[in-house]
Ligand binder design. Structure first.
Ligand code: 1GP
Length: 251
């Protein structure tokens, strides 16, 4: 089993370093936009690209991954909305189980159906407990998953879900308010969860400012994922990256 990317995540965590992942939705980019993002991401020392979306409508996924691969050395991690979004052109796969929901298909059903295909992909597989938190508006992920998110103020539910996920063997916990969430996850919730788990904690959904990214890292996030805000203003990559990486320096 490959483990290089997971090793880099845990090593960064052990060293007190925070990581920045830029989320790329293949439906929303073309080669010109990708080139701009890649250039900015390299200058800003972005740690990871996450690629995927709740719905990938176009068939650009392979093309998008191959283009990034040709022009960038930043690790490419798939963040799939469905098993159809597994491609051997990435480095690793967030192997998501929606542990905040009670939809058996997204807990284990789709995994069973796609297991041989996922294994054959040769990707590094990173078992990830995926916790969707209410972000103040129905997001694509909450609709598609047909599962209720954790209420935004129920820190203990998030904490117990993350603890159970870790004890079940998940190697990462990803708490997500959903793409374009009106309200990002609170620092209080991040802090309560981070104190109870040892595996890296990924936080995303509705993070639009470097200040919020910084506060999330201070609260215990290990990886910050930003998609929408960067689609709107790619120039944010530099400021976000500086804010996230500054936490490690001062930690
Ligand atoms: C969504 O966590 C990601 O699944 C990123 O969300 O697009 O709101 O940054 P945004």
């Amino acid at each position: 089993m490959k483990s290089a990317i997971y090793h880099s995540l845990t090593e960064r965590k052990q060293q007190g370093k925070k990581s920045f992942a830029v989320l790329i939705d293949p439906d929303k980019v073309n080669k010109t936009i990708l080139d701009e993002l890649i250039g900015l991401a390299h200058t800003a020392q972005v740690d990871y690209f996450f690629v995927g979306g709740s719905l990938v409508i176009s068939n650009h996924l392979d093309e998008c991954l191959q283009h990034i691969r040709q022009h960038s050395s930043i690790p490419l991690i798939l963040f799939p909305g469905s098993p159809a979004q597994v491609s051997r052109h990435a480095d690793a796969l967030l192997y998501l189980s929606l542990i905040s929901g009670r939809n058996p298909e997204l807990l284990i059903g789709q995994h069973v159906v796609s297991a041989p295909f996922v294994k054959q992909s040769g990707l590094e597989i990173m078992p990830t407990g995926y916790i969707v938190v209410d972000g103040g508006a129905p997001t694509t992920v909450s609709y598609i998953s047909n599962a209720s998110p954790v209420p935004a103020d129920k820190n203990e539910i998030a904490m117990c879900t993350a603890m159970a996920g870790e004890m079940l063997g998940m190697k990462l916990i990803y708490m997500d308010a959903g793409s374009g969430a009106r309200r990002a996850i609170t620092e209080e919730m991040i802090n309560v969860v981070a104190r109870q788990i040892e595996v890296p904690l990924i936080i995303g959904g509705g993070i639009t400012t470097p200040e919020k990214a910084y506060l999330n890292c201070k609260a215990g996030a290990d990886v910050i994922v930003v998609g929408n805000a960067i689609e709107k203003d790619p120039g944010l990559i530099q400021e976000m990256s500086a804010a996230i990486h500054s936490v490690a320096v001062s930690a």
